[in-house]
Design a protein. Structure first.
Length: 89
């Protein structure tokens, strides 16, 4: 799990919570093959940070050769970033 590194100046621009969802395709070995915004949220800047972080995630290896689809939800606040993952298939 990799969280975006958000500069303090950027965090200070946040009012409330900025939410970005990123859909990732995970290879059998647990590495991320591709990442794209599922719900980019209101800011291209935070969307880019979320996608960059999502590409660095690793997951447990799978028992099958099939790729997996995982939805990562990033939340940005003035205190920093958090993330959670949900397997879609």
């Amino acid at each position: 799990e990799v969280l975006p590194d958000v500069p303090r100046r950027a965090r200070q621009t946040i009012r409330g919570t900025v939410r970005v969802s990123v859909r990732v395709i995970v290879e059998q070995d647990g590495t991320v093959f591709a990442a794209l915004a599922d719900n980019p949220g209101p800011s291209r800047y935070f969307e880019r940070l979320a996608i960059e972080a999502a590409k660095k995630w690793t997951f447990p290896p799978a028992d099958t050769d099939a790729q997996r689809l995982v939805l990562l939800r990033f939340s940005f606040t003035r205190d920093g970033a958090t993330a959670s993952a949900m397997t879609l298939q």
